[in-house]
Design a protein around this ligand. Structure first.
Ligand code: GDP
Length: 172
């Protein structure tokens, strides 16, 4: 059958421990591991979503949050269609980290690159350190899509990738 193919390259950025690898694993394999081991350098996984007549092929790059990989990370962001900036809703530090990631990022990405912010670990909402309004306001300010996610309880993960795809191809 005839169908449209769309390739979408996505890079996950954010401090170590916010749940980048877990969000990726949840999206690609619908799986969650409580004690995941840290990503070393950069790794990537692929997943295809079928929406109506369109096959959306995601190529998703997971990066290590450590400082020493930042220059390597920027290489991957240059030609990304979308970047997901992840923070942990229970960590103010990780939200500050996200702002720092964005400052570096805006120097190198194309105008057309979609930015999304994922406030991860939504299942720990009782320990939330960043009021939702503050996070949304920052997302608005930088022109980003905002979503709360939980890799653990599978909240918002597929939606954030779908919102990115819709942002890139409004007719799907
Ligand atoms: P990364 O360094 O950003 O890739 O973070 P990881 O994916 O390795 O996750 C760091 C820790 O947070 C691991 O122990 C995960 O099990 C845990 N984690 C990741 N996502 C969630 C989530 O949505 N909820 C909770 N409660 N824990 C999470």
């Amino acid at each position: 059958m005839w169908h449209n193919n769309v390739n979408v390259k996505v890079v996950l950025l954010g401090d170590s421990g916010v749940g980048k690898s877990s969000v990726l694993l949840r999206f690609v394999d619908n799986y969650f591991k409580q004690d995941s081991s840290p990503t070393i350098g950069i790794s990537s996984l692929k997943k295809t979503l079928h929406v109506n007549d369109t096959h959306i092929h995601f190529d998703i790059w997971d990066t290590a949050g450590q400082e020493r990989y930042r220059s390597l990370t920027s290489m991957y962001c240059r030609d990304a269609n979308a970047v997901i900036l992840v923070y942990d809703i229970t960590s103010r530090n990780s939200f500050n980290g996200l702002k720092a990631w964005y400052c570096g990022l805006k120097e190198i990405i194309k105008n057309s690159t979609i930015i999304a912010i994922a406030g991860n670990k939504e299942d720990l909402v009782e320990r939330e350190e960043i009021p939702i309004d503050e996070a949304k306001e920052y997302a608005n300010f930088i022109g980003a899509i905002y979503a709360k996610t939980s890799a653990k309880s599978n909240v918002g993960v597929e939606k954030i990738f779908m919102d990115i795809a819709k942002g890139l191809c409004p007719d799907i």
